[in-house]
Design a protein around this ligand. Structure first.
Ligand code: BES
Ligand code: MN
Ligand code: ZN
Length: 509
């Protein structure tokens, strides 16, 4: 069959992310702007900026608080006419008040979510200049999260609408945030948005080749080393598992290897590995339509890896880190891999395919094997791996499974500090027999559907050797159909912030 015209060129992926111009201001209440954003805690004590605004407004802020028009409850917003609208020169036309909740609980999570909520509350109106004066209530260690949250709030899933869901201000002026915190926050926000954009783009735009090509050009811009294995190299490298999953697609699979060399030469790296199934139709074990609609999100793990590597490189983190993405499209055709097939993986272990929809673990088997070749001192993989993990933990919590409790504790601590919920599931030996095959070493499904998230992790454990390893099943939190005040529906960029923090916190052995 001749290749169709639309498929002959690798589609360039546009990565035009929200880029307001960030500046800092010393005197936010005296700044000529469209909107001034100020926070109010539950204790209703006015910040220095709020006091100035109150004065400029003749005490109306205090009266609104006294009359319970705003309480300071976390996430509450109120948009009022600013001193500029009341005739003051050089002052804000509008003031957005945002509730910050309990002052004692202000941390990176609330900084990120509340700044995002605030910028989203400004909604569809175009604003030239927004002044954000939220830093005062937060410790300095949260200031970059405020900036990251602002960028996060501006990125939406409506990337194919002429009128954007949220207008990006030309300038965001930040009060009370030092310039290196601003820079760090910008990198963090951009990196999360990069991961989100890659997931939100449809599978006809993001496929193995275009994902790899985009990563390659990005890597060059930011000084990451990047290697892409095409289908021929994958044959040479015995990556038969990746090739099997990608075999049914017109879009050939790829393996992406990114390296950030920020640490001492010869210092063993940390490894992060992502499932990059750019579309999961289920293959011959085809999904029903309802189960397939969001399956462009099945490269969410790979997107998180790229987003994290982007952040580490741009921040110049002084660690050696490798990022690997197994990229394949799981499709239905005459060349699809089949039920009953036995694949000899790169590691030499054979796997029996009993369900072609359990493809993520198959792609990861080879990807993890390539990763351990770099002798990493610890490895984290991220995968939208199982519906079973969502049954266990719901749509907002990632599942963690590990062969090394101390690395798992470190990853979970980093995630907790960033406000990204993760819950650990057990890896008892008794689960091992559930993935044993009668014809090969292992099979790609468990016995029945019980413990499906864990049996998937048990399958993966076969390919990590004795590397300390944490598997994060992000099937729930990677993609959502419900918008929240602090984020649009669609891709979430989950775990980019947590992984950056984990890498930074990881002590050199
Ligand atoms: N990509 C899916 C898992 C998934 C489901 C991610 C929903 C995000 C939202 C994965 O490849 C899959 O199909 N898993 C199967 C495994 C089963 C066949 C053993 C599942 O969970 O049903
Ligand atoms: Mn699947
Ligand atoms: Zn999948």
């Amino acid at each position: 069959m001749s290749e169709s015209l639309t498929q002959s060129q690798p589609n360039p992926i546009s990565l035009q992310l929200p880029q307001p111009n960030f500046v800092s201001v010393d005197n936010p209440s005296g700044e000529d702007c469209d909107v001034l954003v100020i926070g109010l805690c539950e204790d209703r004590k006015l910040s220095a900026v709020a006091k100035q605004v109150d004065q400029l407004l003749g005490g109306s802020l205090s009266r609104l608080i006294d009359r319970d028009k705003i309480s300071g409850e976390s996430g509450e917003t109120l948009l009022i006419a600013g001193p500029g609208a009341a005739g003051q020169d050089s002052a804000a036309s509008l003031v957005l008040l945002i509730g910050l909740g309990d002052r004692a609980k202000l941390a990176r999570e609330s900084a990120f979510n509340l700044s995002s909520t605030a910028i989203r509350a400004l909604g569809g109106k175009p604003h030239r200049k927004v002044v954000v004066a939220l830093a005062e209530a937060f410790p300095a260690a949260c200031h970059d999260a405020i900036v990251a949250g602002l960028l996060f709030g501006l990125e939406c899933q409506a990337i194919y609408r002429t009128k954007p869901a949220i207008e990006v201000p030309d300038t965001i002026a930040l009060a009370g945030i030092e310039s290196d915190h601003i820079t760090r926050g910008q990198i963090l926000g951009d990196s999360v948005n990069l991961a989100r954009r890659l997931v939100n783009e449809p599978a006809s735009v993001v496929y193995p080749e275009s994902f790899a090509a985009t990563a390659e050009s990005l890597a060059e811009q930011i000084g990451l080393s990047c290697e892409v294995w095409d289908e021929h190299r994958l044959v040479e490298e015995n990556c038969r598992a990746i090739l099997a999953v990608g075999g049914g697609s017109e879009r050939p699979p790829r393996l992406l290897i990114l390296q950030h060399r920020g640490g001492a030469e010869g210092d063993p790296p940390l490894a992060i590995v992502g499932k990059g199934v750019t579309f999961d139709s289920g293959g011959l074990s085809i999904k029903p339509s309802d189960g397939m609609v969001d399956m462009k999100c099945d490269m969410g793990g790979a997107a998180t890896v790229l987003g994290t590597m982007h952040a580490l490189a741009k921040m110049g983190v002084k660690k050696n880190v490798i990022g690997l993405c197994g990229l394949a499209e799981n499709m239905v055709s005459g060349s699809s891999y089949k039920l009953g097939d036995v694949i000899r993986t790169r590691s030499g272990k054979t796997i029996e395919i009993l369900n072609t929809d359990a493809e993520g673990r198959v792609v990861l088997s080879d990807t993890l094997d390539v990763a351990i070749g770099f002798k990493p001192k610890a490895m984290v993989d991220l995968a939208t791996l199982t519906g079973a993990c969502m049954v266990a933990l719901g749509q907002e919590v990632a599942g963690a499974m590990t062969n090394d409790q101390s690395v798992c504790d470190a990853v979970m601590l980093a995630a907790r500090e960033e406000g990204e919920p993760v819950w650990q599931l057990p890896m008892y030996q008794l689960y091992d027999e559930k993935v044993q095959s009668k014809v090969a070493e292992i099979k790609n499904v468990g016995e029945g559907r019980w413990g499906g998230a864990i049996t998937a992790a048990k399958f993966l454990e076969n390919f990590v050797g004795d590397t300390p390893w944490v598997h994060l099943d992000i099937a729930g939190p990677a993609f959502t159909d419900a918008p929240k005040p602090h984020r649009d529906a669609g891709a979430t960029g989950v775990m980019v912030r947590a992984l950056v923090r984990w890498v930074e916190s990881e002590v050199q052995a």
